[in-house]
Design a protein around this ligand. Structure first.
Ligand code: UD1
Length: 417
């Protein structure tokens, strides 16, 4: 069951319920290590990456119940500060265990994280931030060993490159440090706001999340609490593009339109009619082909790098020529060769993808290599002429809850084979 059979030539129409955000849920799960009291987290998406994160926490000794998107966790029983290599390697998010384990036990040892093949994905900024707060870090043979002799002390930290990952690591370490930490040039993603809200619910004192300067006044202890994960803005954007490329209309429910402002502007430029309510977005192509658009990815509030492959698909079947420029990762074009196999006219020049829209894409046997690229190939299969087979589908299961099932409800015909 590692392949999808996709019947093409479909219009995708209807309502889809958006799941909780993977990129907020994963760090929040690991931050539960910061307290010994019980925590309940709702709207956790059922994804492979989440399953691995739960296995990692269990392997350390946490007690977890997870049913119907509600997770109850008690980490008071954790005694181990070195998660197993095999699980840690499987997800990039495992780096977010480092700071919580270090704070809880005064030491932590984890292997370098794994994840999507979309670039070199260094972790130097995470490490630098922890060192500035007073941690000692040793890197050897694919392992990071961190230790502290005395409590971390708050600092003014300027992160030289905007990094979601490093902002999260520093926030989690600073929550229980002595004194105030200021993170400057912080990432402003909605997931950062959600994480700060979660930590504040447990008693942390974090102000400014969502801006480029975050103030964290360290507290002595974090307590238990309840938190609901925000909706996944990338899943939302992916379904909106599903409507745009299939000339259909889709309403995404249980989402947050304010987190997709720039994406919606681009989709309007492509000719889509967009309406929004408090927690829904509707995109209607009124049976028309999209117009090509120029897109340049950047940290939030810019266009997310996680939407770059989906916008490439949109330009592949649009009227005229459009340019997509990737500014976050250096190796995020692997899926392009598969779209070319399907008939797309795409050229890569440095970090830009130049698409000349074609009338139709055609069925192929394609291989996915990363999360967002694989979702894009599935959407391409839904609109191509004929039957497309998408291989290596475990990639999209890492980040999209019930993706093929949701698409089938919108009119797709996708089967596991
Ligand atoms: C990035 C995206 C995030 C997306 C995720 C998954 C940005 C700013 N971040 O987050 O929205 O959900 O990919 O696709 O768009 N970097 C370093 N050293 C570090 C950490 C990062 O040089 O220690 C670099 C990265 O190589 C990258 C940039 O900083 O070029 C942004 O990295 P970061 O935001 O941390 O990446 P992710 O957390 O993976």
């Amino acid at each position: 069951m590692n392949k999808l059979y996709i019947e093409g030539n479909k219009n995708l129409n209807g309502n889809v319920r958006i799941s909780g955000s993977k990129n907020a849920a994963l760090p929040i799960l690991f931050m539960t290590i910061l307290t010994e009291e019980k925590i309940k987290i709702s709207n956790i998406p059922q994804l492979t990456d989440i399953t691995i994160a739960i296995e990692l926490l269990k392997s350390l000794g946490a007690k977890i119940k997870y049913r119907k998107k509600l997770l109850c966790i008690d980490t008071s029983s954790i005694k181990n500060f070195s998660p197993p290599y095999d699980l840690t390697k499987k997800i990039r998010a495992s780096i977010w265990m480092l700071a919580p384990l270090l704070i809880r036990f005064g030491q932590a040892k984890i292997s370098l994280p794994g994840g999507c093949k979309i670039g070199s994905r260094p972790i130097d900024l995470h490490i630098k931030g922890l060192i500035q707060l007073g941690a000692k870090i040793v890197l050897e043979k694919n392992y990071i060993s961190a230790s502290i002799r005395k409590p971390l002390v708050g600092k003014h930290i300027y992160i030289k490159k905007i990094s979601v990952g490093a902002t999260i690591t520093i926030m989690s370490a600073a929550a229980l440090a002595q004194g105030t930490t200021i993170i400057e040039n912080a990432a402003q993603e909605p997931e950062i706001i959600d994480i700060a809200k979660f930590l504040n619910t447990l008693g942390a004192n974090i102000i400014g999340a969502g801006s480029n300067k975050i103030f964290i006044k360290g507290v002595i202890k974090l307590t238990g609490g309840k938190h609901q994960i925000i909706p996944d803005r990338i899943e939302t954007g992916t379904f909106l593009i599903a409507a745009a490329v299939s000339q259909g209309y889709i309403t995404c429910c249980h989402t947050e339109p304010k987190n997709l402002k720039k994406v919606l502007i681009k989709l309007s430029e492509s000719g889509a009619k967009i309406k929004t309510g408090k927690d829904w977005i509707q995109l209607d192509m009124r049976g028309k082909k999209p117009k090509s658009i120029n897109v340049s990815t950047s940290p939030y509030p810019g266009i997310p790098t996680d939407m770059q492959p989906q916008f490439t698909l949109l330009n592949s079947i649009s009227q005229s020529k459009g340019v997509i420029t990737e500014n976050i990762f250096e190796n995020r074009f692997i899926y392009v060769s598969e779209l070319i196999k399907m008939g797309a006219q795409i050229k890569i020049k440095n970090n830009s993808i130049i698409c000349k829209g074609v009338t139709n894409l055609y069925s192929q046997n394609v291989f996915s290599n990363d999360l967002r690229g694989s979702a894009t190939l599935v959407l391409a299969g839904c609109i191509a002429r004929g039957i497309t087979i998408v291989n290596n589908i475990y990639h999209f299961k890492r980040g999209y809850e019930l993706f093929s099932e949701k698409l089938n409800k919108l009119g797709a015909n996708i089967k596991y084979i």
